[in-house]
Write a protein that binds this ligand. Structure first.
Ligand code: HEM
Length: 297
């Protein structure tokens, strides 16, 4: 098996940086990736206990121009989902750089090195810094990540046969005053979990529009799993919410869940989180090839 990029498998990072960029000079990307991977390896060697990880992932336009594009045959530009208040907008870029670890300082230094490696071959369009809250709770107060795959299942879900992974990054902007105006019971109904205990509602008691009902899905009896690496982000006095980040060996699993949240399915139902808590303000699909492929695009 090829080596997966290092920000995919490690769980429980406490800090992350996401950089979105467009590619100006395709001919310099290969060399930049080599320098970036070397910078990450140097940081990991210097701080071995910080779980420093780096993912470099590409949008469909750049990836499709490479000779190994069949390794991510499902990759496409983010199409946008839903309508009106329940809309997931597309803000597709060429490049996603995802850095995560146990230390914001290390993330910041590595991001500096990675951006130095790419130089003016790319233009950065967006930068987000994420942080872990106590008990791994989101800004909504609920524990996030409980049902994530564990152990060997992480690689089995996140990676395809070439050791690569599809990635989705969506920024969700929360309206915390609106959320807090809902009773705890209404918040719990929206997720289908209890807020303090994190206990899951029994299947028969889940609202059909609850987040779990919209994302815990099966096809032909098989659960559509994804590996989430989201963290809260933002400014206290400005935009804040969840930088929703998920990896999967199949883009299909991510897309089917999004369609169920945003009402692009037969039942037309939308996720209660979208009417009570949050709205999507960005969205892009990317492919993170194996390290071997990244060094030989
Ligand atoms: C579960 C929050 C967006 C997929 C959960 C849980 C919370 C949560 C609190 C329950 C605990 C857990 O298992 O992690 C949120 C918030 C979101 C968001 C606040 C946006 C602001 C999304 C999106 C997707 C997604 C966009 C998929 C495209 C899932 C999945 C589960 C889950 C697969 C586990 C379901 C299960 O098997 O029980 N989310 N989520 N979430 N979420 Fe989200």
């Amino acid at each position: 098996m090829n080596t997966p990029q290092s920000a995919i498998l490690p769980d429980h990072a406490t800090a992350a940086i996401w950089l979105l960029a467009d590619i100006i000079d395709k001919n310099r990307i290969q060399a930049a990736c080599k320098h970036a991977v070397a910078a990450c390896e140097a940081a990991q060697a210097r701080y071995p206990n910080e779980n420093i990880g780096l993912t470099i992932a590409f949008g469909a336009d750049f990836w499709g121009s490479l000779k190994h594009s069949h390794e991510a045959a499902e990759l496409k530009n983010f199409p946008s989902y839903g309508t009106g208040a329940h809309h997931a907008p597309a803000t597709q870029h060429d490049l996603l750089i995802h850095i995560q670890s146990l230390n914001h300082d290390s993330n910041f230094s590595l991001a500096q090195d990675v951006l130095h490696a790419f130089g003016d071959s790319i233009v950065v369009r967006d930068e987000t810094h994420g942080f872990r809250r106590h008990e791994e709770r989101g800004l909504d107060g609920f524990v996030d990540g409980t049902e994530n795959p564990q152990g060997d299942d992480i690689a089995a879900v996140a990676l395809n046969e070439w050791g690569g992974s599809y990635v989705v990054l969506q920024h969700y902007q929360h309206d915390i005053p609106k959320w807090n105006a809902h009773s705890i019971a209404e918040q719990e109904e929206a997720i289908a979990r209890h807020k303090i205990s994190n206990e899951e509602f029994p299947k028969t008691e889940r609202h059909p529009c609850s987040h779990i009902a919209r994302t815990n899905l099966r096809e032909d009896g098989v659960k559509l799993k994804i590996v989430r690496r989201s963290l809260p982000f933002g400014m206290v006095s400005g935009v804040h919410g969840l930088a929703f980040t998920a990896y999967c060996g199949r883009l299909h699993n991510i897309e089917v869940q999004l369609k169920h949240m945003f009402g692009d399915v037969e039942d037309g139902l939308t996720d209660l989180l979208l009417s009570r808590l949050t709205r999507a303000i960005s969205g892009g699909y990317y492919y993170a090839p194996s390290v071997e492929r990244l060094l030989d695009l």
